[in-house]
Design a protein around this ligand. Structure first.
Ligand SMILES: [Cu+2]
Length: 152
């Protein structure tokens, strides 16, 4: 009988360990910023979803070839793309066109040159929807996507 309880305890221990491992799972998403004219610029994909609580790594690739096509990626409160885009322009190049200390910004990359890539990390918050947007001047009304945080 003691062996039986020991086995149960071991099974519970193992299952709680694997639970912890999944909570700390790193979720990686590749996002391509592309296009060489204002008509073409876009994020691919323009929507993705991640589980709440996940540790998220975004790999952002600037696949535009035109020398004026700089991009960044700012994840913000759903629907706040215009406000963040406008305030981002005011914040200027020194802030990567991201308004500093803004409660509506969840996470962001730096601005990257055509052909370059970068990455940034954040913890996925409670379930809900977020927008993502490129705030390089002239892009925020066009380059947008939707991030859905799912129940894990
Ligand atoms: Cu852009």
């Amino acid at each position: 009988m003691k062996l039986f309880y020991a086995c149960i305890a071991l099974i519970l221990l193992i299952s709680s360990c694997s639970q912890k491992a999944s909570e700390n799972q790193v979720f990686t998403q590749r996002i391509i910023a592309t296009g060489n004219t204002l008509e073409e610029i876009r994020f691919e994909p323009d929507s993705f979803s991640i589980p709440s609580g996940a540790s998220v790594k975004i790999n952002l690739v600037n696949q535009s070839e035109h020398q004026s096509m700089f991009h960044n990626m700012v994840i913000c409160t759903f629907g706040k793309t215009s406000e963040i885009g406008f305030k981002g322009i005011q914040a200027g190049k020194k802030n990567d066109f991201v308004p500093p200390n803004n409660a509506n910004v969840l996470a962001n990359s730096t601005v990257i040159n055509p052909g370059d890539s970068t990455h940034f990390n954040f913890m996925a918050p409670a379930p809900g929807k977020f927008s993502y947007v490129c705030t390089f001047p002239g892009h925020y009304s066009i380059m947008q996507g939707v991030l859905t945080i799912n129940v894990k």
